[in-house]
Design a binder for this molecule. Structure first.
Ligand code: SF4
Length: 356
């Protein structure tokens, strides 16, 4: 399958398959692939580029899972391990809302054995009653699974209970890469790819929208990335519950890894980032938003990448820690004015949205 044949397929409105995706990754014609992706995003969103005014809150860094690539988690006995009280969380959100006009909170943490279903229900109820219009995007599928297991409550009941308390959507974290062998090496303690998809299917079925991520630039090969995207596309055909796809470039953890993972960081990797974004836009024809996650690359790169398929530049990401702990060099959050300016400088029309 060459690029011309793939282009013809796209023009005939045919879907791309595994071989097409693999051929796109093999091609070095990033400009041509980027143009195809840009045309696809233009059909969906015109010149609009979306952003959100969001605040990252990591309520705990204590985690029993110990993924190989993670530089954020701590054992409970470590001196910098922490768990925020609900009062502390409320106060942090209060400050973020009054200082930056934040209208969305993105909350993820570790698999902390001390925090069960009742803690999260109380947490979301308190946030919801104090900030009625704040969008609460919280807890990865992996965290939901952990809460369900420890509390002895089925996943569906956990999700329903948390939604009643105030949860609006799930972020896309924990998907990493679905290939079981790679998962066994980089995050053996985490739920399987099948389980991740099952939890998102359940969330969609009961009306909770979610995002989906893909961690790339470590041990995976092109076909693993394409398989990952195709599994997301199949679930989206069934549920229509994904709002955004967010590919995340692997960063080198400060502590190094046992699985021998190399980090993105060279010029060639910039090339890879553009390919992943462009190919994702072409493969994932049913997921509305594609985000270039600027804290995992950098803002200048994200600006340029907007012409290669993405329609979403992410949020202000105020207080983002997980990627910074893994060596991300991007600023620790931006003002909404800065994001708007960056989008305009790249030649697009900024539009604020919640929850994508
Ligand atoms: S990636 Fe998440 S589950 Fe894995 S060790 Fe880090 S905090 Fe824990």
């Amino acid at each position: 399958m060459n690029l011309r044949e793939i282009q013809n397929k796209i023009q005939r409105g045919q879907r791309l398959g595994l071989e097409d995706g693999a051929a796109l990754f093999e091609s070095n014609d990033i400009i041509r692939i980027g143009k195809l992706a840009h045309a696809a995003r233009h059909k969906l969103h015109g010149r609009r580029v979306y952003y959100s005014v969001n605040y990252h809150l990591n309520h705990t860094n204590i985690c029993k899972t110990g993924c190989d690539f993670c530089a954020f988690s701590r054992k409970g006995s470590e001196s910098d391990a922490y768990t925020l009280s609900i009062d502390e969380i409320e106060n942090k959100i209060e400050k973020a809302v009054s200082k930056w006009g934040v209208n969305e909170v993105h909350m993820v943490g570790g698999h902390n054995p001390a925090l069960g279903f009742e803690y999260y229900r109380e947490l979301f109820s308190r946030i919801r009653s104090r900030f009625p219009v704040l969008f609460i995007k919280a807890l990865t599928a992996s965290e939901i699974h952990d809460i369900s297991e420890r509390s002895g409550i089925p996943v569906e009941e956990v999700l329903k209970g948390l939604r009643e308390a105030g949860l609006n959507s799930l972020p896309g974290g924990g998907a990493e890469i679905f290939d079981p062998e790679i998962r066994r090496r980089i995050c053996p303690g985490k739920i399987s790819g099948d389980e991740w998809l099952r939890i998102h299917r359940t969330a969609h079925r009961i009306g909770i929208p979610t995002n989906a991520t893909m961690l790339y630039g470590h041990l995976e090969k092109a076909h693993d990335r394409v398989e990952h995207m195709l599994r997301l596309r199949a679930l989206q055909d069934e549920t229509k519950g994904f709002r955004a796809f967010v590919p995340i470039a692997f960063r080198s953890p400060k502590s190094g890894t046992d699985a021998g993972i190399r980090a993105c960081g060279s010029v060639d990797d910039g090339f890879l980032h553009l390919k992943v974004l462009s190919i994702a836009r072409l493969m994932l024809d049913n997921i509305p938003h594609l985000r270039v996650h600027w804290p995992a690359t950098d803002l200048k790169f994200a600006q340029a990448a907007l012409s290669f398929g993405p329609d979403h530049i992410g949020g202000t990401n105020l207080n983002e820690k997980v990627i910074r702990d893994a060596g991300g060099s991007a600023a620790e959050g931006l003002s909404s004015g800065d994001l708007v300016r960056f989008i305009r400088e790249a030649g697009f029309e900024p539009v604020e949205i919640q929850g994508a």
